[in-house]
Design a protein around this ligand. Structure first.
Ligand SMILES: C[S@@+](CC[C@H](N)C(=O)[O-])C[C@H]1O[C@@H](n2cnc3c(N)ncnc32)[C@H](O)[C@@H]1O
Length: 251
């Protein structure tokens, strides 16, 4: 994952190339427009922007200063705070919902869930989501896949299905989670992403193993990817896997 010493182009590629999320995800929390929502690990603000358009008060917590810079630029009305899921810089009972997009797997499950429970108001909602692959790009990007194959990590699905795993099973089985939250509900929502060749190259450039190549290796790879992408646009068939629950009310 990114750290403050990731190259600057990584942040731009992330923002340009990674998919957003379906609008319906916000509905799952059943919030009044006057509600307060917290987004944890908000990154460059991809999901934050959707929250802002629907919810009156949005607080975004993001530990990476480079991500936070882009977040602040794209969501000027949002309070973008340095912090982590395991130590959320908010008061008890501060928010009606917590959202986490493509990031819950980075958290230390138990302390993060304890902090989420602490900042949520009674009955508050927790919504976590990941974009996972649901097929291949259209039109085909086989030529680009072949270019990337030698540097793609063995343990990551290739090239779009790297996020296809079950990311939070241990979290929901924790005794703390079972006694504190209602049973997890789950849905998969279609979330196709249409990108032009620049966006598709940015998507691949937002992978650490591409971003961290020395410039003299990365730039020729980027140029080669561009030369193979001759269509005007490509559709990446993401599905958003969303899991949601509420703080359980004591009997
Ligand atoms: C894949 S990015 C997702 C960013 C954004 N939510 C999105 O959907 O584009 C994962 C984010 O998690 C953040 N992150 C990693 N560990 C974290 C932690 N323990 N607490 C809060 N954020 C964390 C990273 O800084 C990064 O911005």
């Amino acid at each position: 994952m990114a750290t403050d010493d990731m190259p600057r182009h990584w942040y731009e590629d992330y923002e340009r190339g990674r998919p957003g999320y379906p609008e319906q995800v916000v509905d799952l929390a059943e919030l009044a427009p006057s509600a307060t929502a917290l987004e944890l690990a908000a990154g460059t603000g991809k999901f934050t922007r959707q929250l802002v358009s629907r919810i009156a008060h949005v607080v975004a917590v993001e530990p990476d200063p480079g991500m936070r810079r882009l977040l602040a630029a794209s969501c000027p009305g949002v309070e973008a705070i340095d912090g982590a899921a395991e130590q959320i810089p908010l008061a008890d009972n501060a928010v009606d919902a917590v959202f986490v997009a493509q990031a819950f797997h980075w958290f230390d499950n138990e302390p993060a869930l304890m902090e989420i429970a602490r900042v949520l108001r009674p009955g508050g909602a927790l919504v976590v989501m990941w974009n996972v692959a649901n097929g291949s790009a259209v039109p085909s990007i086989t030529a680009v896949e072949e270019l990337l194959a030698p540097i793609w990590p063995q343990d990551s699905g290739f090239p779009l299905d790297m996020m296809s795993g079950d990311w939070a099973p241990n979290a929901w089985n924790l005794p703390f989670a079972k006694k504190t939250f209602n049973q997890i509900r789950e849905a998969r929502l279609a979330n196709p992403q249409t990108v032009d060749p620049v966006g598709l190259v940015a998507y691949f450039g937002s992978m650490g193993w591409v971003a961290n190549l020395p410039d003299e290796e990365r730039q020729p790879l980027v140029d080669a990817m561009r030369s193979h992408l001759t269509a005007a646009e490509y559709v990446l068939p993401w599905q958003t896997r969303v899991q949601w629950t509420r703080l359980s009310t004591p009997a």
